[in-house]
Design a protein around this ligand. Structure first.
Ligand code: ATP
Ligand code: MG
Length: 604
């Protein structure tokens, strides 16, 4: 491609609405253009990058025996009613765009395809002899994200590879899951990214686990906790650890103490000259289930620890059947205003004990009359602890479970693991923290969708069983931008060779110099003929402008037909290292082919 003929416009200044380097650079270098909130045009350079990534993804998927297909983006609401996700996706989470067609039929724009694929499996899979099966597609997804941001990182329209597998049993699922783990690792390695697979939260679906593939970058929205021995890495949402040891309490007898103005852990500890590890802190939450019922939740946890709201949400989702509900719509810390709606009398905030009376909850059909009391393991282990006295300005000290306080039936892990904590697998290992961009997620689904949608098969014994499912997603467009986030410098993008839109750019410093032009034209033709994807900067611009643009768009190798041509040579500059050397013109094609081969094969 000739730059003189390309729709190629670069910006000198950072666009105002871009916050992170990769977003700024993709806009400045003319890869993407914002069309609306979370909606971008992929311009020709970007489209080449996306196709290269898609091709790597495709090759790795095909190598596992998965079959490519293309599923509809317009999805009838009936399917989502069957799986029970229509209301959650269109109303509660509101992530699905929905519409009504001229026949008054309701449709959603596919944010994901479990329903569609399960409907197909239900129709087509009858017998264990047809299993396992694995179908995937590479396609635009639509999600009405609350906060679209960072360009392609969190768009409302983006490209995803999603795959779905069907099995007779968990063992077969695990086999495919392992294959996907390997395939995903291969895709990211081949794309030239530094990444880490981490244990992930699989939400309330449960299943036997899920892994996220995190591209390591400061701008990542996710926090990863890991140990240096390489044996543990998890999303902070899911991570577990050993908390620091609690200090031994000096309060050996139970007493109520006046502790004025000590609503926080810090102030009460200062007042009583105690450690937060001796305190049972009681945190109020309010959750609304999908049937509209509000349930108040009291979480008791050790004073120096924090609640992991993802773990809490999972525990509360497990309890949904107790309230004739399926799932949770919201989980919040009740504000002063919302407390007024359900509190029968004013709460002793900051002084609440694990046994605060249920009569604080006003009687109302929409509100469950009792607190759900959850106790974190860290609080259960405490002896002679400090906690609220259910009276403003007072705490109790020297309290014990089974004496002053009944232990709630639900002892759970709802504690947030933190960097600096000791690892569970080896207490010598200390958890460290890194930021990551989630580019892929593989998931053992189990029978959630096959059961709700009635997708069954007949096993060898002639019994009808629900299909066991897995699902596997890679954000192709997010991956592309993550590569930039991991690889740039002050002058622009540095594409990994395997996914660069073009591998080489021939720059003519002076288009009025016939010899420069002639040599450049020949190199351009020869390189492309021999399979090196090459741009020609034949614009009538100053050399400085051309060099700046080549750096900005990040093409791995720049060939300059400058002064060296007098010696039968051209200057070849490697974008990543800025190493520059003069190479005889007739050796350029073979040299570049060799470099490109080496650069991509390292990761292959
Ligand atoms: P996130 O936690 O970032 O919201 P998710 O868990 O909802 O993502 P999945 O449903 O697992 O994502 O989708 C598979 C992959 O699709 C993700 O790993 C990510 O790479 C990509 N992806 C998800 N949402 C977006 C988005 N809004 N924009 C771009 N890529 C996305
Ligand atoms: Mg996710």
């Amino acid at each position: 491609m000739r730059l003189s003929q390309m729709l190629f416009v670069t910006l000198r200044d950072d666009p105002a609405d871009a916050e992170i380097p990769s977003h700024k650079l993709l806009l400045r270098a003319g890869y993407i253009r914002r069309i609306g909130s979370g909606v971008y045009a992929y311009l020709p350079l970007m489209w080449r990058v996306l196709q290269k990534i898609s091709q790597i993804v495709r090759e790795e998927m095909n190598a596992t025996g998965a079959q490519e297909c293309l599923l509809p983006q317009l999805q009838p609401s009936d399917l989502w009613q069957e799986s029970g996700r229509w209301d959650t996706y269109t109303k509660a989470e509101g992530i699905m765009f929905s519409l009504i067609d001229r026949r008054e039929q309701q449709l959603g724009l596919g944010p994901t395809h479990e329903e569609v694929i399960t409907a197909i499996a239900r129709d087509m899979i009858r017998s264990y002899r047809q299993l396992p099966q694995h179908l995937y597609q590479i396609q635009t997804k639509f999600r009405d994200e609350i906060r679209p941001r960072f360009g392609l990182m969190r768009g409302r329209e983006f490209i995803m590879k999603d795959g779905y597998s069907f099995h007779t049993d968990e063992d077969s699922l695990k086999q495919t899951y392992q294959d996907m783990y390997q395939a995903y690792s291969n895709m990211l390695r081949r794309s030239g990214l530094a990444f880490r697979p981490v244990e992930a939260d699989s939400g309330a679906i449960g299943g036997s686990g899920s892994t996220e593939f995190m591209v390591l970058a400061e701008a990542g929205e996710d926090e990863v906790l890991y140990t240096d021995d390489g044996k543990y890495a998890a999303n902070v949402e899911k991570a577990v650890s050993l908390p620091a040891d609690a200090e031994i309490s000096q309060f050996t007898t139970f007493e109520k103490r006046e502790t004025p103005g000590t609503e926080t852990i810090e102030t009460v500890c200062k007042f009583l000259n105690a450690s937060p590890t001796q305190v049972v802190k009681n945190v109020l939450y309010q959750t609304v289930y999908d049937n509209g019922l509000t349930v108040l939740v009291l979480v008791s946890i050790r004073g120096d620890q924090e609640v992991n709201e993802v773990k809490l949400q999972n525990e509360l989702t497990k309890l949904a059947p107790n309230y004739s509900a399926k799932t949770i719509l919201t989980l919040t810390v009740p504000s002063a205003e919302t407390q007024q709606i359900w509190a029968a009398k004013s709460l002793p905030l900051g002084y609440i004990a694990p046994d605060i009376a249920d009569d604080y909850i006003a009687s109302n059909k929409q509100i469950h009359p009792k607190f759900v009391r959850l106790v974190d393991q860290t609080a259960v282990e405490l002896k002679n602890f400090i906690t609220g006295a259910n009276e403003s300005g007072y705490h109790v000290v020297g309290a014990n479970w089974g004496e002053q306080f009944q232990l709630a039936t639900s002892v759970v892990d709802i504690r947030k693991a933190r960097p600096g904590d000791r690892a569970q697998h080896d207490p010598q290992q200390i958890l460290k923290s890194a930021r990551g961009i989630e580019v892929g997620h593989i998931f053992q689904l189990g029978t959630k969708y096959s059961q709700s949608m009635g997708a069954t098969y007949t096993n060898e014994q002639g019994e009808e069983k629900p299909l066991v499912m897995g699902c596997y997603g890679v954000g192709v467009s997010r991956l592309a931008q993550s590569a930039v986030e991991q690889s740039y410098d002050k002058d622009g993008i540095i594409w990994p060779v395997a996914i660069a839109p073009y591998q080489a750019i021939v720059t003519i410093p002076n288009v009025n110099d016939a010899q420069q032009v002639e040599i450049a034209e020949k190199l351009y033709t020869d390189l492309n003929k021999s399979g090196v994807e090459t741009l020609l900067d034949d614009r009538n611009e100053r050399a400085g402008v051309k060099f700046k643009d080549a750096d900005l768009i990040g093409i791995p190798y720049r060939i300059v037909t400058g002064r060296a041509i007098n010696n039968g040579k051209v200057e070849v500059v490697e974008r990543a290292t800025r190493n520059s050397q003069e190479i005889p013109i007739e050796e350029v094609v073979t040299t570049l082919k060799q470099w490109i081969k080496t650069a991509t094969e390292i990761n292959h």
